[in-house]
Design a protein around this ligand. Sequence first.
Ligand code: 13P
Length: 251
Amino acid sequence: MRKKVIAGNWKMNYNLHQSISFINQLKSEVVKKERNCDIIICPNFVSLSEAKKIIEDSPIKLGAQNIYFEDSGAFTGETSADMIKSAGCEYVILGHSERRTIFNESDELINKKIKQALKNDLLVIFCVGETLDERERGVTYEIVKNQIEQGLRDITAEEIQKIIIAYEPVWAIGTGRNATPEQAQEVHAFIRNLLRTAYGIQLADELIIQYGGSVKPDNAKDLLSQPDIDGALVGGACLKVDSFIGIIESC
Ligand code: 13P
């Protein structure tokens, strides 16, 4: 039985002081009772090490939103896998559609970043998903298959166990228009079949596939009750303690 994983992608929100205040509030709610899901927060780089201090004695885990694929050197503005590890991160989000579209990240670059994260013992949340235009043109499966195959190029059976796939249809991100549970389930099942072909049934059936895109407390339960939806990657609704806790409760 796969355990649900709820991750909050803060994107470019909250300065250091706001982050500290928010995480303290979140932690005090999270520790009130036993939770039957894994909880990850992914604040901005500036807030990571303070976040780690606050969540140390709680079940909340820490992730970053990006890394560069080189170890170190003249890459102005970039952050390495080793740096986020030293700040206390266990996870990193890679391949997010905002990185793909706004920052022109290619499948090839994302694949290099995934390998670099794994080399540094980080767990990866690897995002894929089609745009509205692609969905309307009926090429969703083709797009997702290509993103999975390119992003996971040369990833071994041992390594895939350190990767969570997040299916985030671009048209559902930040729009308030989530994929229906059935729409999401269809693509999740498709992704799991791709993983079965690549890594075998037993292994693929243990992998976590999260859904992301306008997840809210009022739609989380229906989404999370689908057989192949193993968690949520939450944007907007993870920035308020009430709504993030609401999603966690729906596990
Ligand atoms: P929203 O939940 O705001 O739609 O964002 C989803 C997302 O991009 C998480 O990575």
